[in-house]
Ligand binder design. Structure first.
Ligand SMILES: [Zn+2]
Length: 96
């Protein structure tokens, strides 16, 4: 079965990294809100978990979002790319 674009390993990695980053930010924001309005301990726990998820999303993207040919990072100036580029920005080979 042929894989569709975006369902490849690079696409999956990007999806997971995005999920961790957005989920982490959401949890961080929620935790900060809860901390002031409702329950300080729960808020801090949520905020710390959110921060950990956010950081692991970035680390995952740095570690795994690489060109399979030349090993160049596919991050765009330290940020997550919106999607996996069609061609490697470093060596120009097509990325699956
Ligand atoms: Zn490359």
């Amino acid at each position: 079965m042929k894989q569709k674009k975006g369902e490849t390993d690079l696409g999956k990695t990007l999806g997971v990294a995005y999920g961790l980053c957005f989920g982490g930010l959401l949890s961080l924001a929620l935790g900060c809100g809860i901390q002031y309005r409702w329950n300080a301990i729960l808020g801090i726990v949520l905020a710390v978990l959110g921060l950990a998820a956010f950081v692991s999303g970035i680390v995952l993207a740095y570690a795994r979002l690489r060109c399979p040919y030349c090993d160049a990072s596919l991050m765009q100036r330290g940020r997550l790319p919106f999607e996996v580029p069609n061609f490697c920005p470093n060596c120009g080979k097509p990325l699956e």
